[in-house]
Ligand binder design. Structure first.
Ligand code: SAM
Length: 313
């Protein structure tokens, strides 16, 4: 495959083969939800948990090749229960991916707000999944302002009368190294979010047994890309990542092994309007270094914020 003919297309087939067709360093973000070990083996097959890491590593090697150095790889996954205990294949996969050269930058939690109630003898209902964030280098593209959330009503009461402690950086009394300056929040409408995403599961029947909610890829697309960038999903399913990308003015590319799911994805894409975009993704600007300033949500240096705005322009 050459030039840009991989853009805004879903390729039919096994991503272990199809990924080889994508050019080096051609995508800005990978968001995907692969088959979770041998769950759903009746619908689209599955991989035995004991073989999961061996199955995934050749795929992730290709993902590393096609991702731009400043890009991100978000892997939505959850370990299944085998013989009454959690299997460790996700934990083993994280370690194996690090050995492969990925940086395990962060773990986001997708809290499924509307998961089914149920009763199990040795656990409670499962209400969350992992969204593992991998990168290839410490500096990567990240547009934090794009996912800010309203501060909420509490700011009116909490910030009205500031104590002396609130006006200076208040280091944690348990010596955790964390600290905050509450006064920094005065006059702010928005705050940076946490790493927990509270999203409902997809309830609409999309004729696919494991569709994730569109808000999930949208959130990561907003956070890690800018308009015109290219988003890849090598396990495209019913096309949720592609729909999210198009909706947000990004390009998509994807692979799906099951033709009937590709048909669903094409049908969904028909109803999404996208502003015309250049086929070439906009030139990459290395994103500001993320400066986690535990608790001090506005602690990021001002010049970093300027660079982010410039990158988004
Ligand atoms: C968890 S589902 C993804 C669902 C998708 N996120 C959505 O919202 O519809 C995993 C998908 O991977 C596909 N798949 C499984 N093995 C594959 C492979 N080797 N190459 C490409 N696609 C594969 C399955 O057919 C299934 O649609």
């Amino acid at each position: 495959m050459t030039d840009t003919n991989y853009i805004d297309r879903i390729f039919a087939g096994d991503c272990r083969e199809q990924l080889r067709e994508l050019p080096d360093a051609s995508v800005d973000l990978i968001v995907t939800s692969p088959p979770y070990a041998d769950q759903r083996k009746d619908t689209y097959g599955g991989i035995h948990p004991d073989r999961y890491v061996d199955w995934f590593l050749p795929i992730s090697a290709e993902l590393m090749r096609v991702l731009k150095p400043t890009g991100s790889f978000v892997l939505n996954i959850k370990e299944r229960v085998v013989d009454g205990e959690r299997h460790t294949y996700v934990l083993e996969l994280i370690i194996a991916l690090r050995k492969q050269g990925w940086r395990w930058t962060e773990e986001y939690m997708w809290h499924k707000k509307n998961c089914y109630p149920g009763k199990w003898p040795n656990r409670f209902r499962d209400a969350w999944e992992r969204c593992l964030h991998f990168t290839m280098q410490k500096d990567f593209s990240m547009y934090q302002e794009a996912v800010m959330v309203p501060m909420g009503d509490w700011r009116n009461s909490r910030l009205r009368n500031l104590s002396e402690t609130d006006k200076t950086r208040d280091n944690s009394r348990v010596e955790s190294g964390f600290g905050k300056k509450v006064a920094n929040w005065v006059g702010r409408e928005y705050a940076y979010p946490t790493n927990v995403l509270h999203l409902a599961t997809e309830c609409g029947n999309r004729n696919h047994s494991a569709t994730f909610p569109i808000d999930l890829p949208e959130w990561f697309i907003n956070l890690f890309t800018k308009p015109g960038d290219v988003v890849l999903d090598p396990f495209m399913g019913s096309g949720t990542t592609a729909v999210a990308a198009r909706h947000l003015g990004r390009h998509f590319t994807g692979i799906e092994i099951e033709p009937s799911y590709i048909a669903i994805a094409h049908e969904r894409l028909k109803s999404v309007q996208q502003a015309p975009l250049p086929l070439e993704a906009a030139p990459i600007e290395v994103a500001p270094k993320h400066v986690p300033d535990s608790g001090e949500i506005y602690g990021r240096p001002k010049d970093d914020r300027r660079r982010t705005r410039k990158a988004r322009a």
